[in-house]
Design a protein around this ligand. Structure first.
Ligand SMILES: [Zn+2]
Ligand SMILES: [Zn+2]
Length: 160
């Protein structure tokens, strides 16, 4: 039980650097043809923008892979370690969706302000504005040079 809980926590924590790498090298790499829809929509919204964006294909793929891994974990004894891994990955996915889609981009409507989440929102807004760092979401690392650039250009000074 303790071991399984440790695997859940480890999977959750490891998902942040995995997300960073996926966002930086897949979304802004070969997956840019889908991810571009997210950046375009939030920088230049159009009246005919629907609720869904092409970028939503990514979470659907990730959920599909996780569900297959869950099925393997449930049905094949030797793969049962996949269950706590999938629970941690799913918890990260839920946290990501809440922070990024619900809180930052308000896709479910207006929300009550929260200082801690606002720090994440400011960091993510720099990714949208300048198209580079920070690629992380729950633990975004804003380089000093970018913080200075943001201070000069838009007066926003995200804390490290
Ligand atoms: Zn991006
Ligand atoms: Zn975004």
């Amino acid at each position: 039980m303790i071991r399984s809980l440790a695997v859940v926590v480890a999977a959750f924590v490891v998902m942040e650097p995995v997300t960073y790498l996926a966002h930086r090298f897949v979304f802004h790499g070969p997956g840019l043809f889908l991810h571009r829809s997210h950046h375009r929509r939030w920088s230049a919204p159009r009246p005919d923008d629907g609720w869904v964006e092409a970028n939503d294909v990514f979470p659907v793929i990730f959920a599909g892979v996780t569900m297959m891994a869950f099925a393997l974990g449930f049905n094949v004894e030797t793969w049962s370690v996949l269950l706590p891994v999938c629970i941690g990955v799913t918890m990260y996915g839920v946290a990501y969706a809440f922070v990024h889609d619900v809180y930052i981009h308000g896709r479910l409507g207006p929300r009550r302000a929260n200082a801690r989440l606002d720090r994440l929102a400011v960091a993510h807004s720099l990714h949208h504005r300048f198209g580079g760092e920070p690629y992380g979401m729950l633990l975004p690392i804003v380089p000093t040079a970018l913080r200075e650039r943001a201070r000069q250009r838009i007066g926003t000074v995200p804390r490290p």
